[in-house]
Write a protein that binds this ligand. Sequence first.
Ligand SMILES: [Zn+2]
Length: 213
Amino acid sequence: MEMKEMEQYLKAIDEVKAAYRKDLTILTGLEVDYIEGYENETRAFLNEYGPHLEDSILSVHFLKGQRNWHCIDFSPDAFERAFKDIGGIRETYAKYYEQLRRSVHADLGDHKPGRIGHMSLIRKFHQLHPSPSDWVHMAKSLLPVIKQEKMTLDYNGAGYKKEHCREPYPPVSIAQEAYELGIPLVYGSDAHTASGLNAGRAAMKTGLIHNTD
Ligand SMILES: [Zn+2]
């Protein structure tokens, strides 16, 4: 989304809130990128728009390689360009989890999102480019950090619909461990269109999902 679209976005949500007031609770929200080196800009943005937000998610999509920035979930080709520039698949996973850790600790001000988004997005193309054998360890190491910072976790079904992924973000064993640590899991479909609503929900271990009512 471009900055100039922000006001229009907030206005559009206010309109649907009013139109569906009797039937649905609609929260104003954003998925906010954590991008290393842009913490000041992100904090300034949140200081300005945070007072309008009722729910938000903090996610990592961009990793810096030796030559370029890369959007790791855009396409299999983009992922391949990323790991070749970063120095291998394992290094890319390590970098992704390092950035997630930084995002959890980052000072993004009073309106910092309270929930970490799709914490295994790096697995989106794992059936084409297999994950390193220790990736689960990398992912699980993040959980105590999330717990310590009192954040919640997006339990995201969109991965089920991705042809090279076919699992939620994160997979059940990690979601189970998060649950046992007392980290609230909040279901998300990551729907970019109406047809994406409820992605994966039927197949997910819904007993782990935090009741947000
Ligand atoms: Zn995302």
